[in-house]
Design a protein around this ligand. Structure first.
Ligand code: OGA
Ligand code: MN
Length: 303
């Protein structure tokens, strides 16, 4: 087999990993190198990997526990609950409900008490141009803030809200009600320390409504600034997909956005596996924390 090569693709994030055939699994030394590259580059691209669902799940399992997407049964691979289909191809004659997944800056499942640790997305079909995905480095975003603002944010919590998913209100009404019930607003720390790198990072996104202890009208301008700052071009890697690319990102220290910059009549079909994250946060109901049991039942839904 050819040699494993890691080649940076962007300044802020992104590296390609070549010289592996992921259908054959990873040797211990290869896995160690991939994990080190992931810590360093945050987003890894594995080109030319024609995996089936089982192989994709097996690959993802190298890095942690794989989510089963239990609350989105319609968009799972029928035979593999771990695989979510992010697709614009109609299902049963109806438009796909995942066709507009990820249209604002986010970290997967941040509106749950187990924000995803990472996600693995594989491109099966793509439009001739566009359908790119952008990733932003949240270490850099934090580091670039003034000491005053870092100090202000260091012990803050922010409320992540599923209803701020872009286009959420256009989903099927029954699904909206169910998703809101399963995922009440949840507060997470604004500044976190990555458990593996020990580096501080900013954990905000377009799906944050307010800071805990501050009304929305005070929070909004600061959140708007932070989101704009965190997604500045210098912190961003933009991925242009090829069929059979596998892209794996660390959700703890990046945000991403799926761009609608393509002809929606052309198929774009992706398979996604997510890695279960550590328990985090507390549920907010009318600005007061909910009990532990209720917080635990706030489980994953869509991304
Ligand atoms: C996701 C997501 C990005 C894309 O699957 O979590 O945001 O480009 N998708 O499809
Ligand atoms: Mn996503």
């Amino acid at each position: 087999m050819s040699e494993l090569v890691v080649r940076p693709l962007g300044y802020a994030a992104g590296a390609s990993v070549t010289g592996l055939d992921l259908r054959k699994g990873l040797q211990a030394d290869q896995l160690a190198r991939v994990k080190a590259a992931w810590r360093e580059h945050l987003v890894l691209v594995f080109p030319d990997q024609d995996l089936d669902a089982e192989q994709l799940i097996a690959f993802t399992r190298n890095f942690g526990e794989v989510e089963r997407n239990d609350s989105v049964p319609y968009y799972r691979d029928p035979n593999h609950p771990e695989v979510l289909l992010v697709t614009n191809k109609p299902r049963d004659g109806k438009p796909s409900q995942t066709r507009n997944t990820g249209r604002n800056w986010h970290s997967d499942l941040s509106y749950t008490n187990r924000p995803a640790m990472g996600s693995v997305l594989m491109c099966k079909e793509k439009p001739p141009v566009g359908g790119d995905t952008m990733f932003a480095n949240m270490y850099m975003a934090y580091d670039a803030l003034s000491d005053r603002l870092k100090h202000f944010l260091d012990d803050m919590h922010a409320v992540h809200d599923i209803s701020l998913i872009k286009g959420f209100e256009r989903r099927d009404p029954a699904q909206i009600a169910e998703l809101k019930k399963r995922n009440p607003p949840i507060a997470h720390p604004v500044v976190r320390t990555h458990p593996e790198t020990g580096r501080k990072l900013l954990f905000i996104s377009d799906r944050v409504r307010a800071f805990v202890g501050m009304p929305e009208e005070e929070s909004r301008p600061i959140l708007d600034f932070l989101n704009r700052h965190a997604t500045s071009p210098e912190f961003v890697y933009r991925h242009r997909w090829s069929v059979n690319d596998i892209v794996m990102w660390d959700n703890r220290c990046t945000l991403h956005i799926a761009l609608p910059d393509f002809d929606q009549t052309k198929p774009r079909h992706m398979m996604r596996c997510s890695l279960l994250g550590e328990p985090s946060g507390y549920v907010i109901q009318d600005e007061s924390p909910m009990d532990e049991q209720a917080a635990r039942s706030a489980i994953a839904a869509v991304s």
